[in-house]
Design a protein around this ligand. Structure first.
Ligand code: ADP
Ligand code: ZN
Length: 212
């Protein structure tokens, strides 16, 4: 099965993706995670292309599509969750082609729809594990990652100014994908989060039966 996660920055794609990896044994391809690895090494040939994420801008379609094609074609596990990809209509076309070239297609799209105040609360309070990429809110009070003991840090792009720029990118370039996928022949699951009290597990329990 191949699943696409759709939603604004902070919607919880990463967290839900991590849970679904455990539930369904899928391989997660997170373009954001891949780009953050690239940014650790200034000698990486893609470093200059990827640097724009520090300003909340999208990486070019060409670079992202190449990175995803490589990740798909080199993975042993051929059942994927795409987290943070596609983010533009051109990327959605490219993904169809990458999958078709490898005898696959998208089977389901899971949209997380979250109100802006919840998104802001989450992004500005997000702590990410450097080691296992686990995601936690500062209000949970963890000093280190509860899953692996790794260091928790605040991502460079989780500050107010960059968050605003990411919302603009989302609204103009990624929102059209909602229309695109809801009119396509794929299973489309939408879950609306309107309260900061909903836990990741609550959401996971609602969606999992629909994906199984
Ligand atoms: P979030 O969903 O919280 O914005 P991600 O980790 O998915 O976080 O992405 C972080 C940044 O990486 C994005 O703001 C963007 O600059 C870049 N990026 C990630 N995926 C893509 C993509 N598919 N196309 C273009 N840029 C991307
Ligand atoms: Zn961890």
């Amino acid at each position: 099965m191949n699943l696409v996660l759709l939603g604004a920055p902070g919607a919880g794609k990463g967290t839900q993706g991590n849970l679904l990896v455990k539930d369904l044994g899928l391989k997660k391809i997170s373009t954001g995670d891949i780009f953050r690895e690239i940014l650790k090494d200034p000698s990486n040939p893609l470093y200059e292309d990827v640097k724009v994420i520090k300003e909340g801008k999208l990486v070019t379609d060409e670079t992202v599509n190449n990175v995803v094609r490589y990740a798909v074609e080199t993975s042993d596990n051929k059942n994927f969750i795409f987290d943070g990809y596609p983010r533009t209509l051109a990327q959605a076309d490219a993904l169809d082609k990458i999958l078709a070239d490898n005898g696959m297609k998208i089977d389901a799209v899971f949209e997380l729809s979250v109100t802006k105040d919840v998104l802001m609360y989450r992004l500005l309070g997000r702590r990410t594990c450097r080691n296992c990429k686990g995601i936690f809110h500062v209000s949970a009070g963890y000093e280190v990652c509860p899953q692996c003991g790794g260091e928790l840090y605040t991502r460079d792009d989780d500050n107010e100014e960059t968050v605003e720029a990411r919302f603009v990118e989302y609204n103009t370039k990624t929102m059209p994908l909602i229309e695109y996928y809801s009119s396509k022949d794929v299973k489309y699951i939408k879950y609306t989060v309107d309260s900061v009290d909903l836990t990741p597990d609550d959401i996971n329990k609602k969606v999992l039966p629909e994906l199984k």
